[in-house]
Design a protein around this ligand. Structure first.
Ligand SMILES: [Zn+2]
Length: 244
C-alpha cells in the first residue's frame, strides 16, 4: 500500500474513503461484460480508481465505427480483439491492475464459471439476449450486478442483488433477438455512452466502498438530451421465473 499512497492520495483524502476504502478497491474483483460504449468508461475509471482485478468479456474486434464512443480503443488497434485493445489501454493507465481477458460470447455453458471468479458483475453489453442471461446468472450465483443500457440519447442504470427485484422482474418480456437496440440500427451519441457508463462505474465504486446511496431495487433513467435524471423504485415480481 505504501507505494500506492501517492497515486491514490486524492481518494485517501476523502473522509468516507481513506486508506481503508482504497484498500477495499485494491482488493476487489470486478467483471465487465462488454468492452464497448458502456464498457469503455467503466473499465477506464475502475482501472484508474484502483480496482485490483478486472475481467473483460467481449468477442468483437475494434471497428472504425466504434471509435466515436468506445474511448478505450484507438486507431492503432483497429481489427484487434477488443479485450486485448482494452487490456493494452488499462496497462498504460494503471499497471498495478490485473486484467483478465475473455474473448468469448457468454452462454449457458461458460457464464457460471466466469462469474464465480468475481465479486461484482457490471453489464455493458448491447443486446437483450446477453442482458437477460447475465441477470439470470447474477441472481443464481448471488453476485451483485450493476446493469446499464443505452438508447440514442438515453440510458438506464440499475443494481440487482439476490434480494432485490431482478431485471426480469422489471422487464418480464424478453424482446426477440432481432429487436435488439443495437447502436448500428438506432444510433448513439458518444457522450451519452460516456455519461451512462460512468454512472455504472460510480455505482460499482460506491457499492465496493459501502458509501452513499445506491440503485439496489431502483432504476435510474438518464435523458442526456433534455438533462433529466429520474430514479424509480422497482418491484419484485413474485412470479418472476428468474428470482422467485
Ligand atoms: Zn426477478
Amino acid at each position: 500500500m505504501n507505494n500506492k499512497l501517492n497515486r491514490y492520495a486524492r481518494h485517501i483524502k476523502l473522509d468516507n474513503i481513506g486508506a481503508s476504502g482504497q484498500e477495499k478497491l485494491l482488493n476487489s474483483k470486478v467483471l465487465v461484460v462488454g468492452a464497448g460504449g458502456l464498457g469503455s468508461p467503466i473499465l477506464m475509471y475502475l482501472a484508474s480508481c484502483g480496482v485490483g482485478i478486472i475481467g473483460i468479456v467481449d468477442f468483437d474486434v475494434v471497428d472504425e465505427t466504434n471509435l466515436q464512443r468506445q474511448i478505450i480503443h484507438s486507431e492503432d488497434f483497429l481489427d484487434m480483439a477488443k479485450v486485448k485493445s482494452a487490456q493494452h489501454t488499462i496497462n498504460n493507465l494503471n499497471s498495478n491492475v490485473v486484467v483478465n481477458t475473455y474473448r468469448t460470447r457468454l452462454n449457458e455453458s461458460n457464464i457460471a464459471q466466469l462469474f464465480q471468479e468475481y465479486d461484482l458483475i457490471v453489464d455493458g453489453c448491447d443486446n437483450f439476449t446477453t442482458r437477460y442471461l447475465v441477470n439470470k446468472y447474477a441472481v443464481k450465483l448471488n453476485k451483485i450486478l450493476v446493469g446499464g443500457a443505452l438508447n440514442q440519447f438515453d440510458g438506464q442504470v440499475f443494481t440487482i442483488t439476490k434480494d432485490s427485484p431482478c431485471y426480469s422482474c422489471i422487464f418480464p418480456h424478453q424482446p426477440s433477438a432481432d429487436s435488439s437496440e443495437s447502436c448500428e440500427r438506432i444510433g448513439i451519441l458518444g457522450t451519452t455512452a460516456g455519461v451512462v457508463g460512468l454512472m455504472q462505474a460510480m455505482e460499482v465504486i460506491k457499492i465496493i466502498l459501502g458509501i452513499g446511496e445506491n440503485l439496489i431495487g431502483k432504476i435510474q433513467i438518464i435523458d442526456t438530451l433534455n438533462n433529466t435524471h429520474k430514479i424509480f423504485k422497482t418491484n419484485k415480481d413474485k412470479n418472476c421465473k428468474v428470482c422467485s
